[in-house]
Design a protein around this ligand. Structure first.
Ligand code: FO1
Length: 325
């Protein structure tokens, strides 16, 4: 079974780790996985190109992730970061780890030498042996910027500044995926989607992780050609992590498993979804969503460890198969 997964960072990476683990079980030996990752979080700091969602997926599947933080490297130190801060060379709010810096140095050297981001990502992933194909949504530069009303004026700031310095506490007026409209999908992305038996929207932030990927010309159209199952990133009315509630509020969507499904829309009515997984605690929404054309199942969605992530990943595949994948 060929699966293409659209993913952001932490939640999507943990989901992918569970999905990849299935390939070692007898009934899923034929499972092949391509992850198409958001690059809207990317930022250039100290002349280094940093790709948080690509790195979080790579480290999580490669065993290098700090599981507590969900991002960056295990056994990490921040000596260079504190030295930079001592020089006043900010931003202090972006925690650049010493081990993590090696990834950014290699990536920046390769980009400067003319390699495409997808080639750089493949090269970095060789070390980590992640067991799936990891593609950036595009090799073009795309960055998510957030428009806010701050100090009496409307201004845009980089997503990371809004997320880390301001902790999403300044209400977002809008999100712009700068560069997306003129970007091209990275090599292999459209093929992975078109040839997939099923496409899964990982339990990532719908607004700043899934949406930027779908904003790259051609990607949403390719997704719409195949069975699509989404996994709710919202459990019992709350974001599992991060500030998805602040992002959803900005686009007038309730922080609710059913509201996010309706936001993506039912394929039968021109939307994305054929199927949707919600947590057991949200089981009461299944009947209504199914009646609206989004076949919805309730399963445990808390990813406590790899086995629980594998169980929910398997549920997404089985639902896709029920839907004709
Ligand atoms: N997230 C944080 O909450 N604090 C940080 O200091 C931080 C640094 C950081 C460095 C490299 C990297 O790849 C990711 C990092 N993240 C950090 C996560 C990053 O902000 C993610 O983009 C968001 O968590 C949203 O996915």
């Amino acid at each position: 079974m060929r699966v293409a997964v659209i993913t952001g960072g932490v939640g999507g990476a943990r989901f992918l780790r569970g999905l990849q683990a299935l390939t070692h079980t007898p009934q899923w030996t034929d499972l092949s996985i391509t992850a198409i990752a958001n690059i809207g979080d990317d930022i250039t700091l100290h002349d280094l190109r940093i790709c948080p969602d690509l790195d979080t997926v790579m480290y999580t599947l490669g065993g290098g992730i700090d599981n507590e933080r969900g991002w960056g490297r295990t056994d990490e130190t921040f000596t260079v970061h504190s030295e930079l801060t001592a020089y006043g060379a900010g931003p202090a709010w972006f925690g650049l780890g010493d081990r993590d810096l090696a990834t950014h140095l290699i990536r920046t050297q390769m980009l400067n030498a003319g390699y495409a981001l997808s080639d750089v990502t493949a090269a970095l992933c060789k070390r980590w042996d992640i067991g799936i194909e990891l593609l950036p949504m595009s090799n073009d530069r795309i960055e998510t910027h957030v428009t806010v009303d701050h100090d009496g004026e409307r201004k845009a700031m980089h997503f990371q500044q809004w997320w880390l310095e301001h902790k999403a506490e300044i209400p977002a007026q809008s999100f712009a995926f700068v560069g997306a409209d003129t970007a091209t999908a990275a090599p292999g992305v459209i093929a992975a989607l078109s040839e997939a038996d099923a496409i899964v929207l990982a339990p990532s932030n719908p607004v700043v992780s899934i949406a930027p990927v779908l904003a790259v010309p051609g990607i949403k159209e390719a997704v719409m050609q195949r069975p699509v199952v989404g996994v709710s990133p919202i459990i019992a009315g709350a974001a599992v992590r991060g500030y998805a509630d602040a992002c959803l509020r900005a686009i007038d969507v309730e922080t609710d498993a059913a509201a996010v499904a309706r936001h993506f829309g039912a394929r039968a009515h021109g939307g994305l979804l054929n199927g949707w997984l919600v947590d057991d605690s949200d089981h009461e929404v299944c009947a209504a969503l199914t009646d609206e054309g989004i076949v919805t199942k309730a399963v445990p969605l808390w990813m406590r460890d790899v086995p629980t992530a594998s169980a929910m990943a398997e549920a997404s595949l089985l639902l896709a198969q029920d839907l004709g994948a």
